[in-house]
Design a protein around this ligand. Structure first.
Ligand SMILES: [Fe+2]
Length: 470
């Protein structure tokens, strides 16, 4: 009995040591009162930086606003907390959304795995405070998914929640996720990062959580972001793809982390030729990536009341699903509906195989679609059901987060409550085979998709025209 107990205790200590091997994020879960004080101390500033994912796991980038007269796009990086033996990285400046500042962007390269770095940026008025950034294991790693953060400017609220309350919800879900998963490497968001897309204040609230100085983020563009141009001034996503027909804010981008290739699509653009061309280019450059994951804002095969929405179900599904299926994507992350859900394995608009919670599927046919919840308030049809849905969580008073853990041949997808971390859904996909890429292989498919490309192009041109008059 004693031996068994000793063994169990040692096992628990070892597990705890394993978790502790990753230093905790600085991600305090602040009370209402504490957040109010913190929020008000930063609400009028416009200099909080964005830490963005890099083109691959050895890179990250920093983007911040600085006074026009003094803007100096420089970042120092050191493995020592006193910043000794620091490496200096230089970048570029571009116009900001206002006349008094410039946007600085610097890419940091040469990062090693499982290493603690310290960095600081040139504020234009000396060096910033030193921040800590810890790389994790590159190949086997874990990503965080939170969508529809949708920070809403107080003068134009999207619901009943104030800007301060939404940003506190955002801090809470991040804090819960990162404190439970100190091994997370980066955040993936399927868009609607802001609500009006037009104000600097929304971005300042979005960037307030302290953890965002330690967690690189990859943000898709959503329909709300597209209402303005602010995304342009606060991000520096890698491998941005502007194609031939994108206009205004439109862009796709991709990045690689370990064995995973992420393809981010701007689903507010029906520009099928450029979405297809970006996919082809990214896959050509990353033939060895074991996992291919798409990220789009609109909830194709999502949960909630967007189902039946013609734009998502007909137009976007027609444009995107042939690309996803032709290039044999494993998982597509979506948002927009503000409802957490996950599909069965989908192919050619049909359920090709069921995907039950708690099970492992080896080399499955079809694609899994994960629809993320929102951080802001949202109306939800709690009675919603759809054939494609394997799981949904339609409680509109609770945030959620998902993690993608890449481990050997497995991708473990888990969804948890954002307030207390309780597990809601999990599924594991095992990939032992190469990608079965047919890239619009047969003639009928190729001709069919050419028609979609032409129609998508026409739709995009009309949409651009309407927007230019809007
Ligand atoms: Fe949306």
């Amino acid at each position: 009995m004693k031996k068994t107990l000793a063994f169990l205790l040692s096992a628990i200590i070892l597990v705890q040591m394993g978790i502790a091997a990753f230093a905790a994020f600085d991600a305090p879960n602040l009370s209402k009162e504490e957040w109010k004080v913190y929020y008000e101390s930063l609400a009028q500033s416009n200099t909080l930086p964005t830490l963005n994912v890099g083109a691959d796991e050895t890179q990250v980038s920093l983007c911040w606003h600085s006074d026009k007269a003094a803007a100096t796009p420089e970042v120092q990086v050191s493995e020592n907390s006193d910043m000794s033996a620091a490496t200096l990285f230089k970048g570029t400046t571009t116009e900001a959304e206002n006349d008094t500042q410039l946007v600085c962007r610097v890419v940091i390269t040469g990062l090693k795995e499982n290493t603690t770095y310290y960095y600081r940026w040139n504020t234009g008025n000396g060096w910033s405070e030193t921040e800590k950034y810890e790389t994790k294991s590159f190949k086997d790693h874990k990503a965080l998914v939170v969508g529809d953060i949708q920070i809403a400017e107080d003068s134009r609220p999207a619901g009943d929640l104030s800007q301060e309350s939404i940003s506190r919800n955002w801090n809470t879900v991040l804090s819960t996720a990162l404190n439970q998963n100190p091994d997370i490497s980066y955040l993936v968001s399927p868009g609607d990062n802001t609500s009006t897309g037009e104000t600097a204040r929304e971005w300042q609230s979005l960037l307030m959580p302290k953890a965002l100085r330690q967690l690189p983020i990859a943000l898709a563009i959503g329909n709300h972001d597209k209402k303005g141009m602010m995304y342009n001034y606060y991000t520096n996503m890698p491998n941005e793809y502007y194609g031939n027909f994108f206009a205004g804010l439109d862009r796709d981008f991709w990045f690689r982390h370990g064995d995973v290739l992420y393809l981010f699509y701007d689903s507010t653009s029906g520009n099928a030729p450029d979405h297809k061309a970006m996919t082809r280019e990214a896959i050509k450059l990353n033939p060895d990536a074991k996992w291919r994951i798409g990220v789009v804002h609109h909830g194709i095969y999502g949960a909630g009341d967007c189902i039946g929405d013609a734009e998502t179900e007909i137009l976007l599904s027609t444009i995107f699903t042939p690309i996803f299926e032709s290039y044999d994507l494993d998982l597509v992350i979506t948002g927009h509906t503000h409802s957490q859900g996950r599909s069965h394995f989908m192919e050619n608009t049909k359920v090709v195989a069921t995907a039950e919670s708690g099970k492992t599927y080896t080399d499955p046919e079809g694609i899994l679609y994960l629809n993320s919840n929102s951080v802001c308030e949202r109306p939800v049809d709690e009675n919603y059901e759809a054939e494609h849905l394997a799981y949904s969580f339609l409680d509109n008073s609770t945030t959620t987060y998902s993690t993608l853990e890449f481990k050997g041949d497995q991708l473990i997808l888990e969804t948890r409550r954002g307030d207390n971390g309780e597990i809601l859904d999990s599924i594991t996909i095992e990939r032992t085979k190469e990608h079965n890429e047919n890239a619009f292989g047969n003639i009928a498919k190729r001709v069919g998709y050419t028609v979609i490309e032409i129609l998508g192009f026409i739709y995009t041109m009309i949409d651009n025209l309407v927007r230019s008059f809007g």
